[in-house]
Design a protein. Structure first.
Length: 449
């Protein structure tokens, strides 16, 4: 059977790949593994979810599995992923579980575990859970009073909002914000937090119905947000993804401000305030060359990892950094939370704007963006395409054509059946042609495999 855990938990089409039976087995195995080395008589696990129609089905199955090995459950309801991480620490729980497929379409869903410290699980623990979930079930089946119980945490969202608000020490009076909630997990928390801090808030895509999450909205589709910022004359637009662990912004001129630009703005601000640990931060190989140049000029060291926020976090801990993230807007402020947090990121950026008196376009201009084309080729077998000699030869040939003035990065998605192609270089039309050539080749090779 294929490996269950990818770069961001277990993910697949709900009720086909990720079934209720599998969720039940993961609940049993996860509760058993995560509790066996603790002092708890019964493990306590916090469960949250985004707004997908499949969320309740998977939540029920997970709860049944956890309770069947004697674990107790706290239901946090619809809440951003970073909220589960925070509540796990706040409640001194054994673990946390988030049911979400992040920015993926509604038919997908996922299960993500957090340890008692709020961090994502290391690979070794995920492998242990996976092996147990897929093997013959020899775990205990307690009865009577040893069975687990379920409690609803009715103020879970309010607790997370209070936490997020306290990560900044400024009010947002006079700031006009448009926020796109992606019809996802942030639809209550993000607008409420901004309003309570004094901002004038216009909200779009905050009417989740179970099937409209991420649909032509949110951080992966910011076009509507760009138009609304201009229409409203707003100072900033904020777009979250389905589980609100990331955000991208739109400046007052309607331009997208991505994770790279946000990290540059926040990194330079924190360095000036003496708050950037070791004057360094962590990014992935997807970050634009312009980020590296802007931070190098400011005397900031940049560490680079493979794509995936878990790898960013691992490097941050290893290097002693308190800021790191991805171009996609998945940014970790380790002084505040142990995972990417879209709401906290938005508030940190708003504080930079408030304290510096600069517009978002001025902050974004601190970094020159080099032309970069990103394309996705949807394939049946991403790993075989990636290892195909013809494909690898084509990548090398295009790298040669760039003559050291750009770069090519091809990689399989960790969460979807995609080969991702990125070409960066001096001219838009040239790199667009190169990226299209590689993406088309990936599709043609996949048909032959």
């Amino acid at each position: 059977m294929a490996k269950l855990f990818g770069t961001d938990g277990v993910r697949g089409v709900a009720n086909r790949d990720l079934t209720a039976e599998l969720a039940y087995r993961l609940g049993r195995a996860g509760a058993y593994i995560l509790a066996k080395n603790t002092d708890y008589r019964k493990p306590l696990i916090v469960i949250g979810q985004d707004t997908r129609i499949s969320g309740h089905m998977l939540e029920g199955a997970m709860i049944a599995g956890i309770c069947s090995v004697g674990g107790n459950v706290v239901k946090a309801g619809v809440i951003p992923t970073p909220g589960v991480s925070y509540l796990t620490r706040l409640l001194n729980a054994t673990a946390g579980v988030m049911i979400s497929a992040s920015h993926n379409p509604v038919e997908d869903n996922g299960i993500k575990f957090f340890s008692s410290t709020g961090y994502k699980l290391p690979d070794s623990v995920e492998e242990e859970i996976e092996q147990l979930a897929l093997s013959v079930d020899n775990m205990p089946f307690p009865t009577g009073e040893m069975l687990g119980s379920v409690k609803e945490l009715n103020d879970a969202c309010e607790k997370y909002i209070s936490f997020a608000k306290n990560t900044i020490d400024t009010k947002l009076n006079g700031v006009k914000v448009v926020i796109d909630c992606a019809n996802g997990a942030a639809f209550q928390a993000a607008p409420q937090a901004l309003k309570e801090l004094g901002a004038e808030v216009i909200v779009i895509n905050n009417q989740p119905n179970g099937i409209n999450i991420n649909k032509n909205c949110g951080s992966t589709h910011p076009e509507q947000l760009q138009k609304e910022v201009l229409k409203q004359g707003a100072d900033i637009g904020i777009a979250h993804d389905g589980d609100a662990d990331r955000m991208i912004a739109v400046d007052e001129k309607g331009n997208i401000v991505d994770g790279d630009q946000i990290m540059v703005a926040c990194g330079l601000y924190l360095k000036k305030k003496g708050l950037l640990k070791d004057n360094s931060l962590v990014v992935t190989v997807m970050s634009n060359i312009g980020l590296h140049l802007a931070l190098k000029q400011a005397g900031i060291t940049v560490y680079q990892t493979q794509v995936g926020d878990r790898y960013v976090l691992e490097k941050m801990i290893e290097a002693g950094c308190n800021l790191g993230g991805e171009q996609s807007g998945h940014i970790i402020f380790l002084d505040h939370n142990t995972t990417g947090d879209g709401l906290v990121t938005a508030l940190q950026l708003l504080q930079v704007m408030s304290d510096t008196g600069k517009t978002l376009s001025q902050l974004a201009a601190q970094m020159e963006i080099f032309p970069q084309i990103l394309l996705n080729a949807r394939v049946k077998n991403k790993d075989r395409v990636m290892s195909n000699p013809t494909f690898l030869k084509a990548v090398k040939e295009i790298e040669g054509k760039l003559k050291g003035e750009g770069r090519v990065l091809v990689r399989p998605s960790g969460t979807e059946p995609l080969v991702r192609v990125m070409v960066e270089g001096p001219k838009d039309d040239l790199i667009k042609t190169m990226a299209e050539e590689l993406a088309d080749l990936a599709l043609k090779l996949d048909e032959k495999l």
